[in-house]
Every structure is written in C-alpha cells, then in structure tokens.
Write a protein that binds this ligand. Structure first.
Ligand SMILES: [Zn+2]
Length: 113
C-alpha cells in the first residue's frame, strides 16, 4: 500500500515516504495533522491535511504476486493436475487483503481542529 496526494499546482500524484495502516496512526507517527512537502514534479510547496492523503494498492506488489502466482500455479498444475489450480487463489486472496487495508485507510478520517 502506498500513500499519496495530488499536487495543488500541477495535479501530479506524489507519494509520501511515511506509511501507516490508518490516518490516525499516520497522525501519531507524524505528530501533526498535515504534511508539508514539495512536489517532485514542479517544486510547489503543498500543505495537505492528512484527510486528503489517499492510500492506493502498490502496483509492484500486485504485479510480483500475480507473476509468482501464475508461475507457482503452473508448476503445481504440472505436478498435481487440477488441484494445482488452487494456487491461483493465493494471489486473489493477497490482492483482496491489500484492497481491504487500502479501503480501511481511506475510510478513517481524523478530526479537523
Ligand atoms: Zn506539482
């Protein structure tokens, strides 16, 4: 899972380095309600309230899990026949799990002062 915001100036998506399962924990981790970061595309200084930070599934992890699932699944089908096809459900479970953490983050908001 990755956390990102959209730059006010050029509307490009910027990823932030901090990582937390919910906004409340992100707030505790940062010790403040907002982040101040320079856009890596246009250097505009963005001040974003944590409620405007969005989580998204990491494409890299989905890709690796998908490829590994297909390779392992193919191998198991070769060894065990159709039973090996069960291995294809593993990437689906991991993808669903990741989707769940993303929506948990996006659903929890912190109170604005
Ligand atoms: Zn920008």
């Amino acid at each position: 899972m990755k956390l990102s915001y959209y730059c006010d100036s050029c509307k490009q998506e910027n990823f932030i380095k901090a990582s937390a399962p919910t906004r409340v924990e992100l707030q505790m981790f940062l010790g403040k309600d907002e982040i101040k970061e320079r856009c890596k595309y246009c250097s505009h200084l963005n001040i974003k309230h944590l409620n405007r930070i969005m989580a998204s599934p990491s494409k890299m992890i989905s890709f690796i899990v998908g490829v590994a699932g297909i390779l392992i699944g193919g191998f198991l089908i070769y060894l065990f026949g159709w039973l090996g096809a069960l291995a294809f459900s593993i990437p689906a479970i991991i993808a669903a799990q990741q989707q769940k953490t993303v929506s948990t983050f996006n659903k929890t908001t912190i109170r604005r002062k």
